[in-house]
Design a protein around this ligand. Structure first.
Ligand code: TRP
Length: 449
């Protein structure tokens, strides 16, 4: 039988898949969000829960997503329909995919706004206007940016156009090329910054904050945030990894590939924390400062260090690139679906979707200024979208993908496709997606109600 291929193309090799999936996983979630939610939730114990979630829930669910996508070679909704039919199960399972597309659209809307802040900081660092700032000044500059809807809109618009441009190019021309060069560069610079952090007096304080476990500081809400973030940071629960999996070469091993992605993603998050917290403590800043944490801490450090203007600019450029390769993956599943299902041209589908996410993004950026008094369930639009996507939609999507892979798909189909080294390993995976992951996430949900 001829091997099934996706109509959208496929990655040149397993290595390119790793790069692309890592490009999706590593983004603002690692460098912006992880440090600030760690700061808000008290540090060590939160980090430990997050690491456990990655290992016990995230990695097994990522395996499930890659396998479903690769076996079906279609966009998430159609992939779920296909595999459900193949195993004689209800095609209603594809509703998971519908929720996923919606989650992707909503995440993009606030993601693009934060990416816009990064673009502004590239300019501000490059033109020297952040040189030598104190922590108070850095705070004021950041608040000033948030208060200025025109500037926020400009950068949000530019970022959306950048993403739309790459997605129009498609899997090989666009996604692959964007990832190949820029991901490795980000890694290198992150480690340069880690070296700088280690040379400062506050490295120990930053380290203790992240790795000394104090469970008295941990609430059930914090546990939910850790669970939600483990999905967010690995791009799970909405079909991104499923869509990328559908472009993955058949011969590549799913297990070791997923482990590599999970490892790299976690490494970047931990290193980002170890870069940011020492700066926070060295300058007497508040680790619980919220979404601005990265934007008020990094400029202070770059302002003091030798060559800071250059390194700072480069660093923000690379964060922008990481955000870019992630944002691409938020749109890709929906674009692939529109092309398959509605028969739209890739370019039309991408532009139409781009307009929708751009418009919702305006509501998010307005949360910091002209719409600051509009609240949903006590949160502004920005926080609300962040909360329902990361803490509700992604974990829910993840549970159902696990249940689908564990219960609906025939065991033989799963074991053929995943092809782990040993039968024992496969059974372990199956046990986790059938029981452990759904129960663990379910319990955390219930305790939060
Ligand atoms: N994982 C990315 C980050 O950490 C964000 C992201 C990209 C994402 N695609 C996703 C999150 C799909 C959830 C689902 O920045």
């Amino acid at each position: 039988m001829q091997e099934k291929k996706s109509i959208h193309g496929s990655w040149a090799s397993r290595w390119v898949f790793i790069l692309a999936a890592t490009g999706s996983a590593v983004g603002l979630g690692n460098i912006w969000k992880f440090p600030y939610i760690t700061g808000e939730n008290g540090g060590g114990a939160f980090v430990l829960v997050y690491l456990l979630c990655i290992a016990l829930v995230g990695i097994p669910i990522m395996i499930a997503e890659v396998f479903v996508g690769r076996r079906a070679r279609q966009s998430p909704i159609n992939a779920l329909v296909d595999l459900a039919e193949e195993s004689g199960k209800s095609t209603k399972w594809s509703l998971i995919g519908v929720m996923g597309l919606l989650a992707g659209v909503l995440i993009f809307s606030f993601y693009s706004v934060v990416a816009g802040w990064v673009l502004q900081y590239i300019v501000s660092t490059a033109n020297g206007s952040l040189n030598g700032v104190t922590s108070e000044q850095a705070g004021e500059i950041f608040s000033g940016l948030l208060a200025d809807p025109g500037t926020l809109l400009l950068w949000h618009t530019i970022f959306t156009i950048m993403v739309v441009g790459v997605v129009i190019g498609g899997v090989n021309a666009g996604l692959e090329r964007a990832t190949r060069i820029m991901m490795p560069a980000l890694f290198v610079l992150l480690f340069v910054m880690l070296g700088y952090g280690m040379s400062t007096d506050s490295f120990g304080a930053g380290w203790s904050f992240m790795f000394d476990f104090d469970f008295s500081k941990l609430s059930w809400d914090a546990v939910l945030v850790a669970v939600g973030h483990s999905f967010f940071t690995l791009s799970l629960g909405m079909g991104t990894i499923m869509a990328y999996g559908s472009y993955m070469p058949k011969r590549a091993s799913i297990g070791s590939t997923v482990l590599a992605i999970g490892f790299l993603d976690t490494l970047v998050a931990l290193v980002a924390g170890l870069v940011i917290f020492p700066i926070i403590f060295a300058n007497g800043m508040d680790p619980a400062a919220g979404p601005g944490l990265m934007f008020i801490s990094l400029p202070v450090a770059f302002g003091q260090m030798a060559g800071g203007q250059f390194f700072g600019t480069l660093f923000f450029v690379l964060i922008g690139v990481a955000a870019w390769t992630s944002a691409i993956s938020l749109l890709e599943p929906t674009v692939a679906y529109l092309v398959e299902r509605v028969g739209m041209k890739r370019s039309t589908a991408t532009i139409a979707l781009g307009v929708v996410v751009w418009a919702i993004g305006i509501l998010c950026l307005g949360s910091f200024n002209f719409m600051s008094d509009v609240t949903l369930f006590g949160k502004n639009v920005f926080d609300f979208l962040d909360y329902i996507t990361a803490n509700i939609m992604l974990p829910l999507g993840g549970i159902f993908i696990a249940l689908f892979a564990g219960w609906a798909v025939k065991k033989k189909h799963a074991s053929d496709e995943i092809n782990l080294k040993s039968e024992g390993l496969f059974n372990l995976w199956l046990f986790v997606v059938k029981f452990i992951a759904p129960v663990a996430v379910g319990v955390v949900f219930i305790l939060n109600l």
